[in-house]
Design a protein around this ligand. Structure first.
Ligand SMILES: [Mg+2]
Length: 266
C-alpha cells in the first residue's frame, strides 16, 4: 500500500520544510530484523526516498544502535545525518569519521568489563558479541531459554560493576553509565537548531527513550509539532505503540509512508 499526496500522514513535514526533521531508526524500522545483524538490508527505495527528502527538509537523520559508519553503508544515502551507537557517534554528511560524544576512560569501560568476563561459554551459549566501541552488544536471537538466563547473569554482573544494561529485541547491551542514548541523540540534533517539526519512527526500547524525550521537547516548546510512527512487533515495548500517532506492522509499511511523501514532491 502506498500512501499518496496530499493524504500522506507525513505531509506535516512540508508545511515548513526548512524547519522540519525526519528521523528514523534502522533495524526493525527501515529493515526487517534478521538472525544475523550483518545480513540486514535496507531496501533501495528507502535509500532513494530518504536521500531525496534530505535535499528538501532541514534534516533527515538515522538514529540507530549501529555504528554510524555501518549505518551509512547500510542505508546508502550520503546526505543524511547518522547518529550511531545510541547517540555516541555523530556522522554528518561528507564526514569520513564520526564525532564521538563520549571519550576517554568512560568510553573504554564496557570493553574492559567484557575482556575480563568473556569466556568460551559465551560462544557455546550462542551469544554473539558485537563490539561497538563504548557499547558492547550481546545478541542471543535463535538461542534458547537457558541462554537467556545466562545472559541475565551477565547483566547482573555488569550492573554490579557499575555499568548500565539495556535490553532490546533479543539483545543485551552493556553501556557506560550516564549515557544519554537515543534520547540524547534527538536532543542534540534539535537543541540549538531551527528544527520545529519532527517526524520520528522506531520499533524498540531505545526508540521509546527518544520518543519520550521528543514529547518533553514539545511540552517545553522547543519543537511545535511531533508525529511518532511505531513499527509494531511482539518484542517491542507496548508503551511505544501507545504513544505513537501511527502504528505500522512492518518496516515496508513505514517505507511506504516515506515513499508516499517523496512521491508527493514530484
Ligand atoms: Mg530498531
Amino acid at each position: 500500500m502506498t500512501m499518496s499526496s496530499p493524504d500522506s500522514p507525513l505531509s506535516v513535514l512540508f508545511a515548513e520544510p526548512e524547519v522540519s526533521a525526519l528521523m528514523s531508526d534502522i533495524d526493525g524500522t527501515l529493515c526487517r530484523i534478521v538472525d544475523r545483524p550483518e545480513k540486514a538490508k535496507v531496501p533501495q527505495r528507502a535509500s532513494e526516498c530518504l536521500e531525496k527528502l534530505s535535499t528538501e527538509l532541514a534534516c533527515v537523520a538515522c538514529v540507530t544502535g549501529r555504528p554510524a559508519l555501518t549505518a551509512r553503508r547500510m542505508v546508502g544515502a550520503p546526505n543524511l545525518i547518522y547518529f550511531g551507537n545510541h547517540g555516541l557517534e555523530l556522522l554528518s554528511p561528507g564526514d569520513e569519521e564520526p564525532r564521538m560524544t563520549l571519550e576517554g576512560d568512560e568510553a573504554e569501560r564496557v570493553a574492559k568489563f567484557v575482556a575480563k568476563n568473556d569466556s568460551p561459554h559465551w560462544v557455546s551459549a550462542k551469544i554473539r558479541l558485537e563490539d561497538k566501541g563504548a557499547i558492547q552488544a550481546l545478541h542471543f536471537r535463535g538461542a534458547g531459554e537457558r541462554t537467556e538466563i545466562f545472559v541475565r547473569g551477565i547483566a547482573d554482573q555488569a550492573e554490579a560493576a557499575g555499568l548500565v544494561t539495556h535490553w532490546g529485541r533479543k539483545v543485551l547491551e552493556l553501556r557506560p553509565p550516564d549515557m544519554a542514548g537515543k534520547a540524547g541523540a534527538v536532543e542534540e540534533i534539535i537543541t540549538g537548531s531551527k528544527i520545529r517539526t519532527v517526524v520520528f519512527a522506531g520499533d524498540d526500547q531505545t526508540d521509546l527513550d527518544a520518543v519520550k524525550k521528543l514529547y518533553k521537547l514539545r511540552d517545553d516548546g522547543q519543537i511545535k509539532k511531533l508525529l511518532v510512527t511505531a513499527v509494531a512487533s511482539e518484542e517491542g515495548p507496548k508503551e511505544l505503540i501507545e504513544l505513537a500517532d501511527i502504528v505500522v506492522q512492518e518496516p515496508d509499511q513505514w517505507i511506504d509512508l516515506i515513499e508516499g511523501l517523496a512521491e508527493s514532491r514530484g
